[in-house]
Every structure is written in C-alpha cells, then in structure tokens.
Design a protein. Structure first.
Ligand code: NAD
Length: 483
C-alpha cells in the first residue's frame, strides 16, 4: 500500500497518481480510542483541485466512461469490487484506528463498498430510456445521460461505504467524479484509490482529494466546472452548499441528518426491540444519521422498556475498536464535548438519566451508552441531532399521539415501528414522515433499498435503482420522418 501512504503520509489520488497537494500543513489523524497519532494526510489546495477538475472534465469529454460500452463499464465496476475486497483487511485496520469503530465494522464498510460496485455494475448496461409514440411521422425517445463532473462530499462516520454509495452509481452512469474525503478520518477512503488504480479506472475519471471542508470542500462545490453535487453530512453544511449551488445553478443531492424515532406499540416483542436498540443507537457509538435517536413507547409497557434498555446500555462491553467491543469511542474530543453537553442539559428539561449520561473515565473519546427517560418531546435533546450513543424515551397513549410525536421534529430520515399487528404497521408506516420505515428490525433493508430524507434530512435518494436516476439527466430526442 506504499503507493498511497508513504513515510506516514497519506496522499491525494489525482488522475491516476498519488500527489502531495499544495495546501500546506498536513492533517494529523488521531486514533480516537487511545489518542495515538495514526498518520498525516496531505491536503489538496487550489492548484491540486484545478488539476483534478481539469482531469475530470478531460476524461469526461474523451468519453472514458460515458462512451465505454456499457457492458465493459459493468466489468470495470466488478473489477473495482474485487480489488476493494482484496484491500478490505488492510483497509479495515486503518479505518478502525482512524475512526474508532470496531475492526469488524470497519471490514464491513469495505465489503459494503464492494457490494455497491457489484450492484451498480450489474445495472450499468440497463439504464434504458423510453420510446414515446407520436404517430407514424416521428420517432421519439428518451435517453439518460451522465451529468459530467460529479463533486461528492463525504462525512466521517462511514467514509468508505458512503463514498462508494455515491461513486458507484455515478460511475455506472458514466460521470467523472471528484470525492472530498472527511478531514477527521481520510485515510481509509484515500486507500480506496488503491483499488481504483489496480482495477485500471481511466485516469482522471475519479480523484479522491483530502482537505478541510470550508476550504477545499467549499471551493469544489462552488466551481463552475462541476455539473452535479452530492453531499452527505450535516444540515448547516448542506444549507451552505445549497446556497453556493444556487449561484451556479448546479443540481445537488442532499443526504443530511436525522432524529429518527422508533414507535413501540403495546404488543411489541421487547427482545426484538432490544436487539434493534443495540444496533440502532450503539452501533458506531450512535454516530449514524439513521440512528434510533428517539424511542416512543406505549405507556402500558414503557417502564419495562426503559428498564431493559438501561440494563442493556449498562452491560455493553467497552474498548478499543480493534478488540471488537460492543461500544466504541466518538470520533473526536469536540464530538464528545457536544454530546456530553446536550445530554447533561437534558436534566434541566426534566429528563431522567436511566443509564450513562457522562463521558467515561478512560483514554479516548468515550461517552457512556446513555438512556434518557421521560424526555419532553419539545426539549432540545429530543429535537436536535446528538450524533452519539444517547437515545430519548418518551411514552405515548394512542396511535395518533405516537404518529404526531414521531413526526414532531424538523427531520425525517427513517422511522421504525415495533408491533405484531402488520395491519397497524402498514397503516402507521404510511403516516410517518420519513424516507424509509423499518418494521420490527431497525436498519432492515440494505444497499438495494432506497434511502434518503424528508424535511431537513434532505432530498434525493441513495441506494437501489432509484439512486441511479440521481446521477443522470433525461434527454428527449424527437425525429421527424416527414422530410
Ligand atoms: P459535516 O457537515 O460537518 O461535514 C461533512 C463533509 O462536508 C466533510 O467532508 C466536511 O469536510 C465537508 N464540509 C464542511 N464544510 C463544508 C463546506 N462549506 N463546503 C463543502 N464541504 C464542506 O458533517 P459530519 O460531521 O462530517 O457528519 C455528520 C453529519 O452527517 C450528521 O449530521 C449526519 O446525520 C450526517 N450524515 C447523513 C447521512 C445520510 O445519508 N443522510 C449519512 C451519514 C452522515
């Protein structure tokens, strides 16, 4: 892997080569599980970005991907998938160290990234248009064209799989792509360039640049050389990018934050709920956009549910990600401070701390797995995205109350329903303001099921066939046969 990481310095993958970039001081990447220094990362500045934009445009105009026979593009993507699988073990070690997540979760990210290339590789030659009947004197049809240069900004919570989630459909559609890695854990994503390179992607069709969001990210999305923006991250950054995209009238896909609720009816299986709660709010230390951030429980089983959730939280094993514990650190000291502050403030608005509530006294950015009970649904802790291992329990009395509470934030990413009554599940699912509803299993679904937000959770969909149509635009061709 020395090609991307040399003498402790990770570099930018630019038009098929590894370059240091021109943005001065390197990023120092820390291990959140023990505060060790992992590596430095070279940053791309104005000149490197200009080079990447130029290479992306040249590759697109040369038709490197867009004019490649679709079946050949499909094979290229399957080769990429294979190369990602080949680097998964080594990549997982790096991702585990830089992000704090478990080694198993880090490996799963690489495998999921490979699966995106397999899935979209399988549809690269099936992006079919329509023939539209205009009578005997015309032939009319639509085709789906790539946009051109797609700029993709990636967050730190799942840097490898989220990057692949957008890059794979973008490539399948024939776009050139420039990815901006997250500054807190850029290393494993930079390593994806190794797989791209070994699979022999056309030079310039994909670049992965490292740098600060407000600098490199802002310059990338503001460039008039960019034809489409894909942003996954927080609401304030998304709003900022949308304002910039308005200036250049560039289409943008927004995958933003969430405050998703599980609605637990009186006939729910509490064992099933606890299994979902563990993955829903404690996987990746709760740093998941679609985390189970609120749990609304029918009053008749509320006390029992809170008690079981508290026991679950208190019983989780804690440690460095390389040992695959059940609970891992947050990404940074800043993130830990934010999570602890909002959790502490919840007491002032009447919340009861049933488990956790503070940071853990050990090296690394560890927040205790936290269950807040009796949370006022209008309080900040119930309304704001916390992005940590903290969930909020609130009781409800009727189905109508539950729906109103679940829909009572400005977000709408996912929602969950726990009940044995599938007629009720179907009825309530239709009323929930969310892009995806899980019934009896949080995170049910996968790479083939469309995912995205409502309200401030964003717009557009990733995953599945639906996502492919975010990466193309429709052209109609009308041919007169009269002459
Ligand atoms: P963030 O908004 O701080 O940063 C996301 C990315 O944007 C980073 O790469 C950052 O460098 C870049 N950035 C920052 N300022 C920028 C600017 N002015 N112009 C261009 N780029 C800029 O978010 P984060 O803290 O990295 O990630 C956590 C957030 O992401 C949470 O809100 C979470 O819910 C959300 N998220 C959403 C999804 C989804 O699919 N809906 C998935 C994962 C994370």
């Amino acid at each position: 892997m020395s090609d991307f990481l040399k003498d402790g310095l990770a570099r930018n993958y630019l038009a098929g080569s590894w370059v240091e970039g021109d943005a001065g001081a390197h990023l120092a990447v820390e291990d959140p599980g023990n505060l060790d220094h992992v590596a430095d990362c070279a940053k791309a500045g104005e000149e490197t970005l200009a080079h990447a934009l130029n290479a992306a445009r040249t590759s697109f105009e040369r038709g490197d991907l867009a004019d490649m026979a679709p079946s050949e593009r499909a094979r290229l993507m399957l080769r990429i998938a294979g190369e990602i699988r080949n680097i998964a073990d080594e990549g997982a070690l790096l991702l585990c160290r830089e992000s704090g997540k478990t080694l198993d979760a880090a490996r799963d990210e690489f495998i999921e990234a490979a699966q995106y290339f397999e899935y979209y590789g399988g549809v690269a030659d099936k992006i079919e248009g329509k023939s539209i009947p205009l009578g005997p004197d015309y032939v009319d049809y639509t085709i789906y064209e790539p946009f051109g240069v797609s700029a993709q900004i990636v967050p730190w919570n799942f840097p490898v799989s989220i990057a692949a989630r957008s890059l794979a459909p973008s490539m399948a559609a024939g776009n050139s792509t420039i990815i901006k890695s997250p500054e807190l854990d850029p290393l494993a994503l930079a390593m994806l360039g190794v797989a791209l390179d070994r699979a022999e992607v056309p030079a310039g069709s994909v670049s992965i640049l490292n740098g600060i969001g407000a600098d490199l990210g802002a310059r990338l999305v503001a460039s008039s050389e960019v034809d489409q923006i894909v942003f996954t991250g927080s609401v304030p950054t998304g709003q900022h990018i949308l304002k910039s995209a308005a200036d250049t009238v560039t289409p943008a896909l927004m995958e933003l934050g969430g405050k998703s609720a599980a609605v637990v009816f009186d006939d729910a299986d509490l064992d099933t709920l606890m299994t979902s709660l563990q993955s829903g709010i404690f996987y990746n230390a709760g740093q998941v956009c679609s985390a189970m951030a609120r749990v609304l429980v029918h009053r008749s089983i509320y006390d029992q549910a809170v008690e079981r959730a508290a026991a679950l939280a208190n019983g989780l094993s804690v440690g460095h990600g390389r040992d695959n514990p059940e609970h891992t650190p947050l990404i940074s000291a800043h993130q830990l401070n934010q999570v602890e502050t909002i959790t502490q403030a919840a007491r002032q608005t009447g919340a009861r701390v049933a488990a956790g509530g503070t940071r853990l006294d050990r090296a690394g950015h560890f927040m205790a797995p936290t269950i807040l009970a009796d949370v006022d649904p209008n309080s900040p802790v119930a309304q704001r995205e916390i992005f940590g291992p903290v969930t909020c329990f609130t009781p409800f009395d009727s189905e109508a109350d539950a729906i109103a509470l679940a829909n009572g934030t400005e977000f709408g990413l996912v929602a969950g329903i726990f009940t044995r009554d599938l007629a009720r599940a179907h009825r309530v699912a239709r009323k929930l303001r969310a892009g995806q509803v899980f019934v009896n299993e949080w995170f049910a679904g996968g790479i083939s099921t469309p995912f995205g937000g409502v309200g401030k959770s964003g717009f557009g969909r990733e995953k599945g066939l639906e996502a492919l149509y975010n990466y193309v635009r429709t052209k109609n061709i009308a041919i007169s046969l009269k002459g």
